[in-house]
Design a protein around this ligand. Structure first.
Ligand SMILES: N[C@H](CCC[C@H](N)C(=O)O)C(=O)O
Length: 270
C-alpha cells in the first residue's frame, strides 16, 4: 500500500501527518513504528492523523508516539495539526478546533507561530517523593495532556537526560503508564531552559510542548514567575507559555505558542 504523508516540524519535535478524514487508513502500531523509524522509514518523533470530528469540533486529532503507541495529546503536534488542518479548510481560517483524548483544543495562527489553548492541567504534585540515584533534585509531576515529571537542575548542559530520563520514565512511582521526564534550569525569572526525555520515543527530543507547559507551571509555583514564561528548548527555539492561576496548585487558560512548519510531502510503501 502506498501511503501519502506530510512531514512537519514543531520546534524540532517532528511529525508525519496523514489525512485520514475518510477513515480508510487502519495503520498498525508496527506500521507507525516503521514510518517513524529514522533509518528505515520517514523518521519522526510521532505520527498525527486527521480524522472527522465526532462532537462538533472541526476535526479529530489522533497522536501516536514513534513506538506506535497512541498518546492522549502532543503540544508541538497540536500546533502542527492546527497549521495543517487550517490549510484544509475553505479560506484557511486562522482558528481551528479539534477533539483529542485530553479534550477539545483550539489552535490559532499568530503571525509565523501557532498558539494552542491547552486543556487544563491536573494531578499536580509538587513533590512526588520519588528519587533517582545520582540526581539531586525534587521530582514534581503534573498532567498537561500527558503525564510529566519536572526536575530543576543547576547545569542543564551537564545533565544526563537519557540516563536520568529513562530512570524517571520507568520509575515504579509512575507505573503503569509511565511519564515523560523534563529537566529545567532557571535562566532568569520568567525564562527557563528545558530538556526532555519523551515516553514513547524513549529518547531525548529537541522539544516537547506539554513538557514546556509542565516546566513553566512549576517555575511559577517555585519562584512566582508571572505569565507568560519563555522556554528555551534543545532544538534552539524559544516558545511562550501563558496561564491563569485558579487556585493554590491549579491553572486554566494555558496557552503554548511557537513554530509549526511544513517541511515536505511524499509517499511511502507499507
Ligand atoms: N511522548 C508523549 C506524547 C508527545 C508529547 C510531546 N511531543 C509534546 O509536544 O507534548 C507521551 O507519550 O506522553
Amino acid at each position: 500500500m502506498l501511503l501519502h504523508f506530510y512531514k512537519m516540524n514543531g520546534a524540532g519535535n517532528d511529525f508525519v501527518v496523514v489525512d485520514n478524514r475518510d477513515l480508510s487508513l487502519k495503520l498498525t502500531p508496527e506500521q507507525i513504528e516503521f514510518i517513524c523509524d529514522r533509518h528505515r522509514g520517514v523518521g519522526a518523533d510521532g505520527l498525527l492523523a486527521v480524522e472527522p470530528a465526532e462532537h462538533g469540533a472541526d476535526f479529530k486529532f489522533r497522536y501516536y508516539n514513534a513506538d506506535g503507541g497512541e498518546a492522549e495529546m502532543c503540544g508541538n503536534g497540536a500546533r502542527c495539526f492546527g497549521r495543517f488542518t487550517s490549510a484544509l479548510m475553505e479560506g484557511e481560517p486562522d482558528q481551528v478546533t479539534f477533539e483529542t483524548i485530553a479534550g477539545t483544543l483550539a489552535a490559532e495562527n499568530v503571525e509565523e507561530n501557532v498558539r494552542i489553548a491547552m486543556s487544563d492541567p491536573f494531578d499536580l504534585v509538587m513533590d512526588t517523593g520519588a528519587s533517582v540515584d545520582g540526581l539531586d533534585a525534587t521530582l514534581h509531576s503534573v498532567n498537561t495532556g500527558v503525564p510529566h515529571v519536572v526536575a530543576f537542575v543547576d547545569d542543564l548542559a551537564a545533565t544526563d537526560v537519557v540516563r536520568n530520563g529513562a530512570a524517571i520514565r520507568y520509575h515504579e512511582r509512575f507505573a503503569p503508564k509511565g511519564t515523560n521526564a523534563n529537566f529545567a534550569q532557571v535562566l532568569d525569572p520568567g525564562h527557563i531552559a528545558i530538556r526532555t526525555y519523551e515516553r514513547g520515543v524513549e529518547d531525548e527530543t529537541l522539544a516537547c510542548g506539554t513538557g514546556m507547559v509542565a516546566c513553566a507551571l512549576m517555575h511559577h509555583l517555585n519562584d512566582g514567575a508571572p505569565s507568560p514564561i519563555k522556554v528555551d528548548v534543545k532544538g534552539g527555539d524559544t516558545l511562550e507559555i501563558g496561564f491563569e492561576k485558579t487556585g493554590e496548585n491549579s491553572f486554566a487558560k494555558v496557552t503554548l505558542t511557537g513554530p509549526a512548519d511544513f517541511v515536505f510531502e511524499g509517499d511511502i510503501e507499507l
